[in-house]
Design a protein around this ligand. Structure first.
Ligand code: ZN
Ligand code: ZN
Length: 403
C-alpha cells in the first residue's frame, strides 16, 4: 500500500526522510525577528524557495492538544485531548492528560510504523511521550528522560528539564537518527522554555532560533523534507509595571456567587509550568450545585482582559472541542491577560523579575507553517482557499511537496 488513511486523509509513505518539527511556543514573531537579524538563513531559504505561511493552532492553544492534533491530523473534538490537565466529569478527579487511553484516534506515526515505515517520535517533554508513542512500533523517547543509549548517540548527557538544550537535544537526536538511517519519518517536538522567558528579538530568543535554524539546515542537507510548525504562539501577559495581568476566576466567582459555587481548572497545568505559575489564557469553569451559569458568564464578560466566555455547547462547537469532556463555561483571556483559579494555586515567586509570557487563548492561535521544499499547485491553492491549520503539516510534507 502506497498510502495510509487516517481520519479521512490519505498520506503517502515518505519517499525520502521526512521530519516534522513542532517548535513549541514558536510565535511567528520569533521567526520575523530572526529573519530581520539575518540569523535564520535556512528558514529564510524555506520561506523563499519552499513554502511559508501562517496557520491556526487548535484551541486551547496548549501543548498536548496541539501535539496530538498534529500527529492525528484532526481537532481535539475528534481526538479527545482538550488540555494538558482536566477534570474527569465522572469521577471528579483532576488528572494530567498524558494517558493514551484518553485519545480517541490513532496517530499517523503509529499507522506508518505498522505499515513498515521506520518511524521516530522524539519529544523534549516526557509528558508527551506516551501519547506520541501510542501503538508506535519504532523509536520513541524524550530528551527529558533520555536513556543512556540515546545519550551515547547524541554525544552528550540528557539536558536539564528547564533549558534550551532540552529542545536542541531533540533536534540533534533526530539528525543522528537520519544520519544512521534509522528513521525515515520523524516527529520532533520541542519545548517552549525559551519563549516563556524571552520576547522575540532578545538575545536568548535569537540565539535559540539560530540554533534551530542550523539544525534545519543539517536535516535538509541530509536530504530530508522538513516541515516546521508550532503548537501555539506566545504573548506578553504583564501589566506596564511588570506584574502579571491576572484574573483569578474561581476566587472571583465564589466571592460573587457564594463559596463553593464553582471549580476552575487551568488546562495549561503540567510539570513545566514553574516559570509561568500555571497561568494561561484559557480556563474551564465547572459549576457545583445550582450556581447560575448565565449570570456567571455575564459577570466574567464585563471584566477587562476577558476575550470570550462560552457555554459548553458553544465552546465545543466554536473551538472544536470534545463535548463530553467540556466544562459548563470556557473562559479565555485576551492577548495580554492570563486566567487562574485561586490565589493559593498559583506560585508567582518563580516569576520574580520576569514579565509573564504565556499562551492558551485565541491570541496565540497563529503559528508558522513552513516547508523546506515547494508544494504542488494543488496544495498552494488549498492553502489559499481554506484556513490552514498546524495539523495539516504532515499532509503538506508527505502529499504536498513536489520534488
Ligand atoms: Zn507548548
Ligand atoms: Zn507553555
Amino acid at each position: 500500500m502506497d498510502t495510509i488513511e487516517l481520519n479521512g486523509r490519505r498520506y503517502r509513505r515518505p519517499t525520502r526522510p521526512t521530519a516534522v518539527i513542532c517548535a513549541d511556543g514558536c510565535d511567528p514573531s520569533y521567526l520575523e525577528a530572526g529573519f530581520a537579524a539575518g540569523a535564520l538563513p535556512a528558514l529564510a531559504r524555506c520561506r523563499d524557495a519552499g513554502f511559508y505561511a501562517l496557520a491556526d493552532a487548535a484551541m486551547p492553544t496548549f501543548t498536548n492538544p496541539n501535539n496530538v492534533s498534529i500527529v492525528t491530523g484532526v481537532s481535539p473534538a475528534e481526538h479527545g485531548i482538550a488540555g494538558n490537565f482536566m477534570l474527569d466529569r465522572e469521577t471528579g478527579a483532576e488528572i494530567m492528560m498524558t494517558d493514551p487511553e484518553l485519545m480517541h484516534s490513532d496517530t499517523l506515526l503509529a499507522l506508518m510504523s505498522r505499515a513498515g515505515v521506520a518511524t521516530a517520535a522524539v519529544t523534549a517533554k516526557d509528558k508527551l511521550r506516551r501519547m506520541l508513542g501510542h501503538r508506535l512500533e519504532g523509536i520513541c523517547f524524550s530528551s527529558e528522560k533520555a536513556p543512556p543509549d540515546v545519550e551515547a548517540m547524541v554525544g552528550r548527557g540528557r539536558p536539564d528539564m528547564y533549558s534550551a538544550d532540552l529542545s536542541l537535544f531533540v533536534l540533534d537526536a533526530g539528525i543522528r537518527l537520519v544520519e544512521e538511517g534509522k528513521a525515515s519519518l520523524l516527529y520532533l517536538s520541542l519545548s517552549d522554555y525559551v519563549q516563556h522567558g524571552h520576547a522575540p528579538g532578545e538575545a536568548e530568543a535569537l540565539s535559540f532560533h539560530a540554533e534551530l535554524d542550523r539544525r534545519v539546515a543539517r536535516l535538509v542537507e541530509l536530504g530530508c523534507v522538513v516541515g516546521i510548525t508550532a503548537d501555539h504562539g506566545m504573548n506578553d501577559k504583564a501589566l506596564p509595571g511588570g506584574e502579571p495581568h491576572l484574573i483569578l476566576v474561581e476566587d472571583l466567582l465564589n466571592e460573587r456567587f457564594g463559596a463553593g459555587s464553582v471549580r476552575v481548572i487551568c488546562p495549561i497545568t503540567d510539570p513545566f509550568v514553574r516559570h509561568h505559575g500555571a497561568l494561561g489564557s484559557f480556563v474551564r469553569v465547572y459549576r457545583k450545585g445550582d450556581a447560575p451559569v448565565e449570570a456567571m458568564a455575564a459577570t466574567l464578560r464585563a471584566l477587562p482582559g476577558i476575550d470570550e466566555v462560552l457555554d459548553r455547547d458553544e465552546a465545543s462547537r466554536r473551538y472544536e472541542l470534545p463535548w463530553d469532556r467540556e466544562a459548563d463555561l470556557v473562559v479565555t483571556g485576551d492577548r495580554n491577560t492570563v486566567l487562574g483559579a485561586t490565589a493559593s494555586e498559583h506560585d508567582l515567586s518563580e516569576l520574580a523579575g520576569h514579565r509573564l509570557r504565556s499562551h492558551g487563548g485565541r491570541g496565540e492561535q497563529v503559528v508558522p507553517f513552513v516547508l523546506s521544499h515547494p508544494v504542488s499547485a494543488e496544495y498552494r491553492a488549498k492553502a489559499g482557499s481554506a484556513r490552514l491549520r498546524n495539523f495539516d503539516i504532515f499532509d503538506y510534507a508527505l502529499n504536498g511537496v513536489t520534488n
